[in-house]
Ligand binder design. Structure first.
Ligand SMILES: [Zn+2]
Length: 261
């Protein structure tokens, strides 16, 4: 079978930890996702340790075209300043774009003002809008229910469409806003808690509604990690009929896997 996309279409998980206790412990890393889509490199949610995790894996900040923040929480944005420096070669090369919700940029910006001039531009994420980075486009279909302004994304490359459901409380809109062959979903908890995060039953419901070819669960709390996410993923696969993978720190997912069968 002919592959639809070049082998460079990859998503590298620079961390799979989420929520405060896990992130403070670094039992699981928290560096975000590094996308390489048809040669366009995009960094998503650079949490604490992104600079360490990315350089360790020989991912080069100066090759990035954009950094996207789904929201301002520390586990998604802590390394944004150093990653802007890396993307712009210490500010010596004006380049790259930063995308973030307004509340990450306005009254208490997550980015230092002196770094803003290093960038080619800053774009504000809003509900229902489309954006482009090189040959890649993405949309932010719906505002999430989370203590700060938060958006997930649907990415389109030449050969693939995939979605990223970042932090949120469950609501029905999630089940009709995120299409594509691949769904990456931040599932912090095993069972529902009165906190604005998804749990495994929520994830199962969403996966069964959206029916991607593959779903990847990530952003695990300490309790979820201790419950062995790969075993949870196996059960979710059996119950949903969708191939569910538990992300691992450093895992590189090739989008060409979506072309089989
Ligand atoms: Zn959050």
């Amino acid at each position: 079978m002919e592959a639809k996309s070049p082998p460079s279409d990859t998503i590298t998980f620079l961390g799979t930890g989420g929520a405060r206790i896990m992130v403070a412990s670094q039992v699981l890393a928290s560096g975000g996702l590094w996308l390489n889509l048809s040669g366009t490199e995009i960094l998503l949610d650079p949490g604490p340790g992104c600079i360490v995790q990315s350089t360790k894996r020989k991912l080069r900040g100066y090759k990035l075209s954009a950094i996207i923040l789904s929201h301002r929480h520390l586990d998604h944005s802590a390394d944004v300043n150093i990653m802007v420096e890396a993307m712009t070669q210490g500010g010596f090369k004006k380049r790259g774009r930063l995308f973030a919700p307004a509340d990450a940029l306005e009254s208490e910006p997550v980015i230092f003002s002196y770094l803003k001039d290093y960038l080619d531009g800053i774009e504000v994420l809003q509900e229902g809008k489309s954006y482009s980075v090189g040959n890649i486009s993405f949309t932010t279909p719906i505002r999430h229910i989370h203590p700060v302004e938060t958006y997930g994304m649907v990415f389109k490359t030449a050969g693939h469409t995939f979605s990223y459901i970042t932090d949120t409380r469950y609501f029905d809109g999630l089940c009709h806003s995120y299409g594509g062959e691949l769904l990456i979903i931040n599932v912090v908890f095993i069972e529902p808690l009165p906190i604005d995060h998804l749990s495994m039953p929520d994830a199962k419901h969403i996966i069964m509604a959206l029916k991607p070819k593959v779903a990847i669960i990530t952003h695990f709390s300490m309790q979820t990690w201790q419950a062995k996410p790969w075993e949870i993923a196996e059960r979710l696969s059996q119950e949903s009929g969708v191939r569910v993978i538990a992300a691992r720190d450093g895992m590189k997912f090739e989008l060409s896997q979506l072309d089989d069968g």
